[in-house]
Design a protein around this ligand. Structure first.
Ligand SMILES: Nc1nc2c(c(=O)[nH]1)N(C=O)[C@@H](CNc1ccc(C(=O)N[C@@H](CCC(=O)O)C(=O)O)cc1)CN2
Ligand SMILES: Nc1ncnc2c1ncn2[C@@H]1O[C@H](COP(=O)(O)OP(=O)(O)OP(=O)(O)O)[C@@H](O)[C@H]1O
Length: 197
């Protein structure tokens, strides 16, 4: 399968799950994330709101809020095409729909948090492999936004979130792909080379 076919296949697979499967997977995802010390030690955490059959993040978002973490959501940057900004997300956030129909905090009047100061970014993905390569929706948003993390300096840990069924045989690693720290699924936490760094 090429990347386009693989995306179509995985997006169909995850959309086909029923409500009971989704709810159970969301609970198991929280359990997997909590296995990671990075999750416990991070105060500033970026999450995402579930879209297109992605694994449900609402259970772990509530858990993080209860623990008093400061949360951020990705927002399509209004000026820098193909880039994301991270805006604070809390009960007061005024939400608007972006051009993909995903809710995001209203950019107007808010201060974005530079990605290098976020401790942990929970990333959506469409497919992953055993080495932690990630295939996204195809916009290159996260890769572009996180390209700075190849250079020395502050950088966030990156934890992908997905159903275990999104795991696939080796994905072609692209030059611009940023290596993930770990991937959390309904089956547990997959740790990669970057995990201990
Ligand atoms: N929940 C969630 N939020 C996210 C992402 C994501 O993958 N998941 N993104 C991660 O990058 C960014 C948005 N990227 C996206 C890229 C494409 C599509 C999408 O549905 N594409 C349609 C075509 C829609 C159109 O062009 O109008 C498609 O491929 O069918 C959605 C989000 C930021 N926020
Ligand atoms: N750092 C970067 N600088 C410029 N272009 C980039 C960068 N990273 C990715 N791109 C471009 O983005 C396009 C989409 O990349 P890719 O298919 O890997 O996206 P993706 O990881 O699936 O998407 P997303 O990150 O939005 O979930 C590619 O054509 C690539 O050229």
């Amino acid at each position: 399968m090429n990347k386009t076919e693989l995306r179509r296949h995985m997006r169909r697979q995850r959309r086909a799950l029923n409500r009971r499967q989704r709810e159970q997977a969301a609970r198991h995802l929280l359990r997997a994330l909590r296995q990671s010390a990075h999750f416990q030690h991070s105060r500033h955490i970026a999450v995402y709101l579930t879209n297109d059959g992605e694994i449900d993040t609402s259970v772990f978002i509530r858990d993080l809020q209860r623990r008093g973490k400061t949360l951020y959501l990705p927002v399509l940057h209004p000026l820098r095409k193909g880039h994301l900004s991270f805006l604070p997300f809390n009960r007061q956030s005024r939400m608007v729909k972006n051009r993909f129909g995903i809710s995001e905090p209203d950019f107007a009047g808010h201060r974005a948090m530079p990605a290098r100061f976020i401790h942990l970014i929970c990333m959506p993905l469409v497919a992953f492999d055993k080495d932690g390569n990630r295939l996204g929706m195809g916009g290159g948003f996260y890769d572009r936004t996180l390209a700075f993390s190849r250079q020395p300096g502050n950088k966030p840990r990156l934890i992908g979130c997905a159903y275990e069924l999104q795991k696939t045989a080796a994905l072609p690693a692209e030059d611009w792909d940023i290596p993930l720290t770990a991937i959390a699924t309904d089956a547990g936490l997959h740790r990669f080379q970057a995990y201990a760094e």
